[in-house]
Design a protein around this ligand. Structure first.
Ligand SMILES: Cc1cc2nc3c(=O)[nH]c(=O)nc-3n(C[C@H](O)[C@H](O)[C@H](O)COP(=O)(O)OP(=O)(O)OC[C@H]3O[C@@H](n4cnc5c(N)ncnc54)[C@H](O)[C@@H]3O)c2cc1C
Length: 437
C-alpha cells in the first residue's frame, strides 16, 4: 500500500464529480492558482448537462428570489451563498467569459443557449477548464476518501509533495488508482436519474465522514393518479393554481402549466410542488388544484347566473371538454342539467372540484425521472462563507449533494454554478495558504 501511495500524484485540489457544480468548482479552483484534478466516475463528463432542458439546457433563470429554493436549513445561509455571485454576474460569466450566447424564452423567463444545444454549454465549460490548466480524469469513480494524519509516515512518503504542504486526503478510485490532495471538493450530485452517474454514492461518503444528512426524496417528479378518470385525460394542458396543504394549512401555492399524462399529473406546477408529497413526512399532505380556465371566471358566479344554460355548456367555455366531464362525474353532477336546477349541495361539490380539487395521488415516478433530489448534506454542516465542511477541514461540498433544491426554470443549475464557484475559490485559497505556511 505504501508504495502505491508514494507513486500517487499530489494535488492542491481534487474535485469529485464532473457535473455542473464540479466543473465550475474545478474551473475556479484552477483559476485561483490551485493545481486541480477532477475525478469523474463516468467515461464522459456532464451527463446531466447534456440531457437537461430537453437537450436545450435551461442554464439560468432570468429572475431569482430566495423563495425559488427550498432547504431544511437556514435561508439566511442560503442568501449568503447566493450573494457571492449575483445572477447578472453569472450570466456575464457564461456570455462574456465562456462566449456562450444566451436568450430568454419570453413565456417562461428561462435562459437558454442561443444554439438551443445543451452540448454547447458543456463544451464551453470544458474548454475553460482545460484553459485554466485543470486535469479531468474520467472513468475514475471515487471509492474511498480518507483523511491523512499529517504526522503519519505514509502521507510523508509521497515524494511529489513539497515540504510544508502535505496532503490531507487520499482518494482511492475503484480501479485502484490513488490520488493525494490538500483539499477535496465533493460535487457528486444527488440521486436523480442515476444512469447519469449521480447514484447517491457521494452522499454515503459524506455520511461516512460524519456529516448529518437531511433525508433525501425525489423532487421535480411526475405524480401518478389514483383515479383512472384523470389518467384518461392524457395530453390535456392548462393553467392551474396548485396548493400543497397539510390539513387547512397552506404549505406552498404556485400558478403555472399543468399537464395530464397517461399515468397522472405533470407539468411545471406539479413538478415544483411534488417534493411536498414525496417527502418522508408527507402524511396528510394534499395537492389541491384550481383549474384556472380560459377567462379566469368566478365559477360560483358563473353557475349561479347560468340560468337555463347547461352546467357542461357553461364550463366548456372555460375548460377542456374532457376535463369538464370528469369534474362533473366526480361531483355527481349531470353536465346536461340546467345551471338553475343545480341543488346547493351539488353546486358546492362541483365548486370544490373546480377550485379546490384534491388530486387523487398514487405515488410518483421516483428518481428514475425526478429532475432533482431534495435533502442531502445539511447546510448547517457547512461554513456558508466558504462551503467548507464543519466536520472535515479541507473538504468542501457543492451542488445537488447539499440540501438545497430549486424549482423548475434554471434554478438548480444556478445553485450548482454559484455553490461550485464558491467551493472552488475557497478550496484554492485554503490550499495555497497551506502551501505558504
Ligand atoms: C432530465 C433532467 C433535466 C434537467 N434540466 C435542468 C435544466 O434545464 N435546468 C436546471 O437548472 N436544472 C436541470 N436539471 C437539474 C440539474 O441537472 C441538476 O440540479 C444539476 O446537474 C446538479 O449538478 P451537480 O453537479 O450537483 O450534480 P450532477 O450533475 O448529478 O453531477 C454529479 C457528477 O458526479 C459524478 N459522481 C458521482 N459519484 C461519483 C464518485 N463516487 N466518483 C466520481 N464521480 C462521481 C457523476 O457521475 C456526475 O457526473 C435537470 C435534471 C434532470 C435529471
Amino acid at each position: 500500500m505504501k508504495s502505491e501511495v508514494a507513486r500517487a500524484a499530489a494535488w492542491d485540489c481534487a474535485v469529485v464529480g464532473a457535473g455542473a457544480a464540479g466543473l465550475v468548482a474545478a474551473l475556479f479552483a484552477a483559476r485561483g492558482g490551485a493545481r486541480t484534478i477532477v475525478l469523474e466516475a463516468k467515461e464522459k463528463p456532464g451527463a446531466k448537462i447534456r440531457i437537461s432542458g430537453g437537450g436545450r439546457c435551461n442554464v439560468l433563470p432570468s429572475v431569482v428570489e430566495l423563495a425559488d429554493f427550498h432547504t431544511s436549513g437556514s435561508t439566511h445561509a442560503l442568501r449568503n451563498v447566493f450573494a457571492t455571485w449575483p445572477l447578472e454576474r453569472v450570466r456575464e460569466f457564461f456570455e462574456d467569459e465562456l462566449g456562450l450566447a444566451l436568450y430568454v424564452e419570453p413565456d417562461t423567463g428561462k435562459v437558454f443557449p442561443k444554439s438551443d444545444d445543451a452540448g454547447e454549454v458543456l463544451e464551453r465549460l470544458l474548454a475553460a477548464l482545460h484553459g485554466a490548466g485543470a486535469r479531468l480524469e474520467c472513468g475514475a469513480k471515487l471509492a474511498r476518501l480518507e483523511r491523512l494524519d499529517p504526522a503519519a509516515s505514509d502521507a510523508r512518503a509521497t515524494t511529489e509533495v513539497a515540504p510544508g504542504s502535505r496532503p490531507r486526503f487520499r482518494l482511492s478510485a475503484d480501479d485502484g488508482r490513488e490520488f493525494l490532495a490538500r483539499t477535496v471538493i465533493l460535487a457528486t450530485g444527488g440521486l436523480s436519474v442515476p444512469k447519469t452517474g449521480s447514484d447517491g454514492h457521494g452522499l454515503a461518503l459524506a455520511r461516512e465522514l460524519g456529516h448529518a444528512l437531511v433525508p433525501t426524496h425525489p423532487a421535480l417528479v411526475p405524480l401518478f393518479s389514483a383515479d383512472p378518470r384523470f389518467a384518461g385525460l392524457s395530453g390535456i394542458a392548462l393553467r392551474v393554481r396548485l396548493t400543497a396543504k397539510r390539513g387547512d394549512r397552506e404549505l406552498e401555492t404556485r400558478e403555472n402549466d399543468f399537464l395530464f399524462t397517461h399515468k397522472g399529473f405533470s407539468g411545471p406546477v406539479v413538478l415544483d410542488l411534488s417534493r411536498h408529497v414525496t417527502a418522508p413526512d408527507a402524511s396528510g399532505v394534499r395537492l389541491c388544484a384550481h383549474w384556472l380556465g380560459e377567462h379566469r371566471v368566478d365559477y360560483d358566479e358563473l353557475l349561479r347566473r347560468g340560468g337555463k344554460k347547461t352546467v357542461g355548456g357553461l364550463l366548456r367555455e372555460e375548460l377542456p371538454r374532457r376535463l369538464v366531464a370528469v369534474l362533473c362525474a366526480r361531483a355527481g353532477v349531470d353536465p346536461e342539467r340546467k345551471a338553475s336546477e343545480l341543488s346547493r349541495e351539488r353546486r358546492q361539490a362541483l365548486l370544490r372540484e373546480l377550485v379546490d380539487c384534491e388530486l387523487p395521488l398514487a405515488g410518483d415516478d421516483g428518481y428514475r425521472t425526478a429532475e432533482a433530489t431534495a435533502g442531502g448534506v445539511a447546510l448547517e454542516e457547512l461554513v456558508t462563507k466558504s462551503l467548507e465542511s464543519r466536520r472535515v477541514p479541507g473538504l468542501y461540498l457543492c451542488g445537488e449533494i447539499v440540501d438545497v433544491v430549486g424549482r423548475i426554470g434554471g434554478f438548480n443549475f444556478l445553485w450548482a454554478w454559484v455553490s461550485g464557484r464558491l467551493a472552488g475559490r475557497s478550496a484554492a485559497s485554503a490550499s495555497l495558504l497551506a502551501s505558504e505556511s
